[in-house]
Design a protein around this ligand. Structure first.
Ligand code: UD1
Ligand code: CA
Length: 457
């Protein structure tokens, strides 16, 4: 029999007081993506008929963070409990649907676990459970003599014997919409927290002679909830470890230490890439075959082609690097930097909106912005493109084979022709035609026999 259509309800109305934050809890990030974003991605992988998000606290910020997404928003003005929260979404859900309830603060849940849970419900009720060494804080699973699940008791309402149960409710359930509507309407708040508990629907289902099928979740991280900053940090590490393992196993990435690697976005790697310790990858990063990334480096939204090396302590953002390039240590490539093959950018160099031609070098202590460099250009230490006049940015062009001596200022806009040599310590304010030597004509003054007054010896 085909499974009934699926509606997902994501509970995201809680305040998250224990985070002590101005940001709504579900917008706090794990691996660079909000917790609600993770849960919505897992929900989308099931291709449900609809996704409903119940929001309350920080509702506007939450809604505007997902403005483009196909989401039905249900507002829960007062947080009266998880049962009350699900009830807010029910008017938009047809009776013949299955309802999968997810919590927005349980971000590491895997789509395959959810698929198994939905399949197990098969039009009835299923719930995800987990065995915990320390079950405190969770609802405990009650079973009868035959081992059938009969209900869930919240910790605050549990007897001592019930508290000793280590099998807990993960907070993720799948229920049939028609009966669920009735069960929710019958809930009362006569419990320790004065809340309408979704978990009471399990006993209601049993009273209606419906089977309740539990699914044990083997990986406790999948159902780990985030209530405070400590749990957020723990979930972050678990997520990072998961990502590192999958990159090493499935893409053959070499990591010096998977515990000192942070991916906050998407990383695609070729064969034999290696990443040293304490590297942060953000946004979308693509590495070609044989790329090495040195320690203490941050890459954001960039592509680095085959056999290029990034040495330690670099910052590279929104840049494209060709094959066989070398960057760093201590280089900062700002947005709009492109390096053709075999280019070099060395220590204490900053680039911005600049193309470095094939085989060209900026080896030390320079700022090169709004510049196009041809092939085999050599930039000496301490070269500055003076690209900003206080109002506008101006461009610099350096033809093929230009040699720029150390401590040169290039006042833009300026065009330096092919093969030009610029002497050290020159300030250029005008274009220089091809194959020309440009040097600063002024000679330093020398005053013989002069001695500074403060000198004692
Ligand atoms: C809930 C379960 C408990 C389970 C645990 C797993 C109930 C009564 N208890 O407890 O059995 O072991 O999750 O983590 O369901 N929310 C709303 N509106 C509300 C109340 C909550 O949207 O009025 C949302 C919260 O934002 C959160 C989720 O529902 O995303 C769970 O609520 P929370 O208060 O954290 O439930 P627990 O007490 O942890
Ligand atoms: Ca609670």
């Amino acid at each position: 029999m085909a499974n009934p259509p699926l509606s997902v309800v994501v509970l995201a109305a809680g305040e998250g007081k224990r985070m002590r934050s101005r940001t709504p809890k579900v917008l706090h990030t794990v691996a660079g993506k909000s917790m609600l974003g993770h849960v919505l991605d897992a929900a989308r992988a099931l291709e449900p008929a609809a996704i409903h998000v119940v929001h309350g606290h920080g509702g506007e910020a939450v809604q505007s963070a997902f403005a483009e997404a196909q989401i039905h928003w249900a507002h829960q003005a007062e947080q009266l409990g998880t049962g009350h929260a699900v009830a807010q979404a029910m008017p938009a859900i047809p009776d013949d649907h299955q309802v999968l309830v997810l919590c927005a603060d349980v971000p590491l849940i895997r789509p395959r676990t959810l698929k198994a849970l939905v399949a197990r419900a098969a039009g009835g009720v299923s719930l995800l459970t987990v065995e915990l060494a320390d079950p405190s804080g969770y609802g405990r699973i009650l079973r009868d003599a035959e081992g059938q699940v009969t209900g869930i008791v919240e910790e605050k309402d549990a007897s001592d014997a019930e508290r000793a149960i280590s099998e807990v409710n993960a907070g993720i359930l799948c229920l049939p919409a028609g009966p669920l509507r009735g069960w929710l309407a019958s809930l009362d708040a006569g419990n320790a927290q004065g809340e309408y508990y979704l978990t009471d629907c399990i006993a209601r289902a049993r009273a209606d002679a419906m089977t309740v099928t539990p699914l044990a979740c083997a990986d406790p991280w999948e159902v780990q909830g985030v209530n405070d900053r400590l749990q957020l940090a723990a979930v972050e590490r678990a997520c990072q470890q998961r990502q590192a393992e999958s990159l090493m196993r499935e893409q053959g990435l070499g990591l010096a230490d998977p515990a000192r690697f942070d991916l906050r976005g998407e990383l695609t790697v070729g064969r034999d890439c290696f990443i040293d310790v304490d590297v942060i990858i953000e946004g979308r990063v693509v590495l070609g075959d044989g790329v090495h990334i040195g320690p203490f480096t941050r890459l954001r939204d960039c592509e680095i082609a085959a056999d290029s090396r990034v040495l330690g302590h670099c910052e590279i953002e929104d840049s494209r690097i060709g094959e066989r390039c070398q960057i760093g240590p201590f280089a900062r490539l700002r947005p709009g930097t492109t390096l053709a093959e075999a280019a070099k950018v060395g220590n204490f160099v900053e680039t911005k909106k600049t193309h470095v031609g094939p085989g060209s070098k900026i080896n030390h202590l320079s700022y090169i912005g709004d510049t196009h460099m041809g092939a085999k250009v050599n930039i000496g230490a301490g070269t500055i493109t003076c690209n900003y006049d206080g109002q506008q940015k101006h461009r610099t062009e350096l033809g093929d084979g230009v040699f720029v001596g150390s401590n040169t200022a290039l006042v833009a806009p300026i065009v330096i022709g092919e093969g030009v040599t610029i002497g050290a310590g020159t300030t250029l304010r005008e274009d220089v035609p091809a194959e020309t030597l440009a040097v600063d004509g002024s000679r330093p003054k020398q005053i013989k026999g002069w001695r500074a007054k403060h000198r004692q010896d």
